[in-house]
Every structure is written in structure tokens, then in C-alpha cells.
Write a protein that binds this ligand. Structure first.
Ligand code: DAH
Length: 339
């Protein structure tokens, strides 16, 4: 009898282990062994017919087996439940569907064009430097050959912080700071933020950006200026772009020039962006005035140089076809997403 019970235990174990997915099979096994007419139950029923000694051993064993089968069945039930959950999940998860696109950040158009400008000049061996936005009148004007009574000061509607301290109206003061600290030869660009108390409209903003350039060396000439301008604007706007230099005036350069590029929109035919002239005036430039060299202690007999500078917003507006400068500062995502 003992042997029979052990055999029952083994076959029950095997049968339970073999169940793969059907919950109903568990119930069948429970009935087969533990039901009212089940194999284990039957043995427990005939217990009375056994001798007290046998009853003790067989009874214990039969109860043990009953509990074991019970336990194995409930463990199996848990296992099946977990399996079913997993399969349900699998059904909901279609791994062939395309992923949800992540919204990626973009560079601001001014950052983007500034990066381009830097790369162009870096390739031409220029160093990139920065200067303070809060400047003294000395650096912003005087050292740049612009004394207090100079009419050019009126054109640069200046924000005053206090007596003698201004928000820089141009990046040109960085020229002075660089020359004071370094001996020639020099090749730098200095990009940065500038301020003027101009009324806001489609092409003016009280906060804007400029990039300044300065080259100082032995026998630097106007031809060098022109070729650097040509290389720069062609790399920025395209190799077929024509440039021209026309006479102008700036206190810190002599002679001075206005650098224009053939209108990239109408290709020189005349349109509203170039005010029908076919040309876009982009940079001021010229040969460094001897007075500027004197202010920084360079001997104008020994050194010559050229400088240039202009607004970054205007370059970006032309390059990307933006018609209103205010768009740069409003941070409207519909605008920013386009770059
Ligand atoms: N600083 C001038 C401005 O804001 C632009 C400029 C003109 C810069 C001539 C230069 C230059 O370096 O040589 O209008």
C-alpha cells in the first residue's frame, strides 16, 4: 500500500509539471487525486479497514501526499497566471509599430549663424575673443577716435549705466582691449551682444549682435581687407556672390568702406529687401586709424591693419529669409522649429 501511494505521488507530480497552459487541466488533476472519488481520497476512505499500526503509517503518508498535491496545484496555478499576463502584454505590444518621435531641441538661428561665422574665420586662422557688454566710454568711444563732441556719438543712441559707463553700442571696443593686451601680429574676431536705445521695429532692436574683426601686422593693406571680406561672404552666402566696397566714414578707420554683397534674394536685379539697389550693405570696414594705434601704444609707422564689423541679425535675416528682427527674441516655437 505504501508503494502504491508513493507511485501516486510521483505520477501526480509528473502530471502537474507537464501542464503547460490550460487552467482546466489543473482542475482535472485535482479531481483525479483529491476529488470525492479521487485516488488519494479513496485510500483515505478505506483507512478504517486497516490495522491501527498500518493506519498510522498509511494515514500519515496519504495526508502528506494530499497536502503536497494541493501545494503543487496552487503553485502551478500561480505560474500559469503569470504566463497568461505576460502573453496578454505581448498581444498589446506591437513591436513592429514605429516609435513615437522625440521632440529634439534645435539651435537658435543666431547661434547657428554665429557658429558658421566662427568656423569660417577659424579656418582663416583668426582667434575668437570676447569683451564686456558693460563698457567704459573710453573703450566704446574715446580710444576709437570718437571724442565726446564727435557727431558719430549721436548715431549710436547710447544707454548710460552711470557717468562714464555705458552698455557697449558696438563690438569695436574689443579691438582696443585686445591690442592693449597683445603685441601684433593679430587676427581676431569678436562676436557679442550690443545695445542701442533705438525704437523697436522690423529691422531695429535695442539689443542686437555684432561681429568685429581686426587684423594687425606688417604691411597689411586694403587688398587684404577686400580678399578676407570676399572669402567670408562667399563662404556664408555662396561662392557666386559678388561683393563691393564703397567709400564710407567711421572715426576709427581711414580710409573707411561699406562692404556690400550682391542681393542674394534678387541676384542684383532689385527687390524690396535691397531697396531696389541690387546690393545689401552688411559690414563697415577700413584701415585702422593711426589715432587708434596711438591709443594702444602701437607705432603707426611700424604697424598697419584693417578692421570690419556688422550686425549678426542682418546676416541671419538674409541667409534664412527672415523679414522681421523681432522674431529672433520672441522664442516662438513655430519660428524656432524651422532652423
Ligand atoms: N562699429 C561699427 C558700427 O557699429 C561697425 C564697424 C565699422 C566696425 C567699421 C569696424 C569698422 O570694425 O572698421 O557701426
Amino acid at each position: 500500500m505504501e508503494k502504491e501511494l508513493e507511485k501516486l505521488r510521483e505520477t501526480a507530480k509528473k502530471e502537474i509539471a507537464q501542464i503547460k497552459e490550460k487552467k482546466e487541466d489543473l482542475e482535472l488533476i485535482r479531481i483525479k487525486y483529491l476529488g470525492r472519488k479521487g485516488l488519494v481520497t479513496k485510500i483515505l476512505r478505506i483507512m478504517k479497514q486497516l490495522s491501527p499500526q498500518e493506519r498510522k503509517i498509511i494515514g500519515k503518508l496519504a495526508n502528506e501526499i494530499k497536502e503536497e498535491i494541493d501545494l503543487l496545484l496552487s503553485l502551478k496555478q500561480e505560474e500559469l497566471k503569470r504566463l497568461i499576463n505576460k502573453n496578454d502584454l505581448k498581444d498589446d505590444l506591437d513591436i513592429t509599430l514605429p516609435g513615437k518621435p522625440l521632440a529634439r531641441g534645435k539651435l537658435h538661428p543666431l547661434t547657428k549663424i554665429l557658429e558658421e561665422i566662427k568656423v569660417i574665420f577659424e579656418k582663416l586662422n583668426f582667434d575668437i575673443v570676447e569683451g564686456p557688454e558693460v563698457e567704459t566710454e573710453y573703450y566704446n568711444f574715446e580710444a576709437l577716435n570718437t571724442p565726446p563732441d564727435h557727431p558719430a556719438r549721436d548715431m549710436q543712441a547710447t544707454f548710460y549705466i552711470s557717468d562714464g559707463i555705458v552698455l557697449r553700442t558696438q563690438t569695436s571696443p574689443v579691438q582696443i582691449r585686445v591690442m592693449e593686451k597683445n603685441r601684433p601680429p593679430l587676427r581676431i574676431i569678436a562676436p557679442g551682444r550690443c545695445y542701442r536705445s533705438d525704437a523697436i521695429d522690423a529691422s531695429h532692436s535695442p539689443v542686437f549682435h555684432q561681429v568685429e574683426g581686426l587684423v594687425v601686422g606688417k604691411e597689411i593693406t586694403f587688398r587684404h581687407l577686400k580678399s578676407i571680406m570676399k572669402i567670408f561672404f562667399r563662404q556664408l552666402f555662396g561662392e557666386d556672390i559678388e561683393i563691393r566696397l564703397t567709400p564710407s566714414f567711421f572715426p576709427f578707420t581711414e580710409p573707411s568702406a561699406e562692404v556690400s554683397v550682391c542681393c542674394v534674394l534678387c541676384k542684383g536685379k532689385g527687390c524690396s529687401v535691397c531697396q531696389q539697389t541690387g546690393w545689401l550693405e552688411l559690414f563697415g570696414a577700413g584701415m585702422v586709424d593711426p589715432n587708434v594705434f596711438k591709443a594702444v601704444g602701437y607705432d603707426p609707422e611700424e604697424w598697419t591693419g584693417f578692421a570690419f564689423g556688422g550686425g549678426i541679425e542682418r546676416l541671419a535675416m538674409i541667409k534664412y529669409g527672415i523679414t522681421d528682427i523681432r522674431l529672433f527674441y520672441e522664442n516662438d516655437l513655430r519660428f524656432l522649429k524651422q532652423f
